[in-house]
Design a protein around this ligand. Structure first.
Ligand code: KET
Length: 467
């Protein structure tokens, strides 16, 4: 312990103190012998001993921190990029790191349907009471319907356990906890590459994971044979994490025929499909088309999990609204699963927040607003397609090496996986002030038509002049 310490003694209210204790706030410089005298010779943390002081709050600043053993964590590979971007003062800077939609003026975008829903909510003067642990009933109903289709038999038969989660991440984390608790030792297979946070989520939930082949750098496409053989080689009954649409970071999705074959091998091996649907609507512009992978598996009678997020398709990033859906073979099993998901959520965060849930319930639950959302969704997806095309055109026109850039047009969703390595990605940032993740991913949702030529120059320079 340090030889001297500052001790603050603050009152928790006069009535909390025994008569012989001081009730005023004071700060005194004291030595270690004073501390011993005050707290006795108790082992352990001497600062937290209350002794005769009753409910006295003490803050003791010492020279050597008790947290000395905690090392500095590295910045997050995705969200850390936004922090670095903010610190850059260059006028040409461009943030293509996080997958967040921007307008052509590169400004954040609040959807009109969200504003409409919020207006309705204000008019209704809704209260701020706690939600039930499983979330807002109206939200849970529409979110499952949006995913499976309102007239899907699985909904009518009450076979889906839906629990509102803290957006996609929180929903994945709930499912990971469910797997850890009820399928001990079961492995989750994730694609190589995948969204970086998947590994963190399963690591923290203590769920073992391994990777299946997905991206083939030679073809800049899907390594379908590798994927199938790795899924087949996994222990029976593994969880297979699949990106429902708009695979992050590659932008490469299986074709409908390939989805069927993936379902075949999953069924053959008794695996459990686990979909991450963070971009419904952003792959094709159609909410229904983008749910077709999940619906194909559901139509086969498979049990499966789906984590949903409204961060991207409704632009509700900061509202943290999403859901975990567990499709079970009976309504009875679904009820039990739901009860256990609630049990996991309660000590973690008790119950979810209401604002985003009400927005989604109002948008999806109101036919007129829902139709407007579809139009806005198409507009956003369309803007991304336009910059994708312009970036391809600019690269093809400027690059005289004959390199084929057409892979950019084949990729879908918010991102383009450029093939730039870490050093080349560093050059993009250090020399060109283009902020992106170090795996070579750029978010086209953060690009404008006006910036495509500049970005093409940066990519060509990094690709050809940096090894
Ligand atoms: N799944 C995938 C595949 C995904 O890309 C994200 C977010 C999420 C889930 C979770 O999003 P949430 O906001 O928790 O609903 N991806 C972007 C943001 C991030 O990394 O948090 C991204 O890749 O840029």
């Amino acid at each position: 312990m340090a030889s001297s310490a500052m001790l603050s003694v603050a009152s928790a209210g006069p009535s909390a103190f025994p008569a012989n204790c001081k009730t005023s706030l004071r700060k005194t410089k004291i030595g270690s012998s004073d501390v011993r005298q005050l707290f006795g010779k108790a082992k352990g943390n001497p600062f937290l001993k209350s002794q005769c002081l009753g409910r006295v709050t003490m803050a003791v600043a010492v020279n050597v921190s008790r947290f000395e053993g905690i090392a500095m964590a590295p910045p997050d590979p995705i969200l850390g990029v936004s922090e670095a971007f903010k610190a850059d003062t260059n006028d040409m800077k461009l943030n293509l790191g996080v997958g967040a939609y921007r307008t052509e003026e590169l400004q954040p975008y609040v959807l009109n349907v969200v504003k409409k829903a919020e207006k309705l909510m204000l008019e209704r003067g809704e209260n701020k009471e706690y939600l039930p642990i499983e979330g807002l009933a109206a939200f849970n109903k529409v979110t499952a319907e949006l995913l499976f289709g309102a007239d899907n038999a699985v909904i009518k038969q009450n076979r889906v356990a839906t629990v509102q989660g803290l957006s996609g991440t929180g929903s994945l984390r709930l499912a990971a906890a469910l797997i850890e608790r009820y399928f001990p030792g079961a492995k989750v297979l994730i694609s190589s590459p995948t969204w970086g946070n998947h590994k963190n989520i399963f690591n923290d939930a203590k769920v073992p994971w391994s990777e299946y082949r997905y991206y083939d750098p030679k073809t800049v496409g899907l390594d379908f044979d590798g994927m199938i053989s790795d899924i087949r080689a996994a222990p029976d009954g593994s969880f297979i994490l699949l990106h429902g649409c708009a695979h992050n970071p590659t932008g490469i999705d299986p074709t409908p025929e390939q989805w069927e074959k993936i379902a075949d091998v999953i069924q053959e091996k008794n695996h459990i499909p686990f979909f991450d649907v963070a971009y419904q609507g952003f792959a094709s512009g159609s909410l229904d088309a983008d749910a077709s992978s999940v619906r194909l598996f559901a139509a086969r009678g498979l049990e499966l999990l789906v984590a949903q997020s409204y961060s991207k398709n409704l632009g509700l990033y900061a509202e943290r609204i999403g859901a975990i859906n567990v499709l079970c073979s009976s309504s009875d099993a679904a009820a039990r699963v739901k009860s256990q998901l609630k049990r996991i959520a309660r000590p973690m965060y008790s119950n979810p927040s209401v604002h985003g849930a009400r927005i989604v319930a109002n948008v999806v639950g109101d036919p007129a607003i829902f139709n407007e959302w579809k139009e806005e969704m198409e507009m956003m997806a369309g803007r991304i397609k336009n910059v994708r095309q312009k970036l391809f055109d600019s690269l093809s026109a400027k690059d005289k090496s004959g390199k084929d850039w057409s892979f950019i047009l084949k990729q879908i969703g918010m991102f383009s996986f450029t093939g730039l390595n870490k050093t080349q990605s560093d050059n993009m940032t250090n020399k060109w002030h283009v902020y992106m993740t170090k795996d070579g991913r750029i978010s086209l949702a953060g690009l404008s038509l006006a910036k495509c030529e500049y970005l093409a120059d940066a990519i060509i320079d990094s690709f050809h002049n940096v090894s």
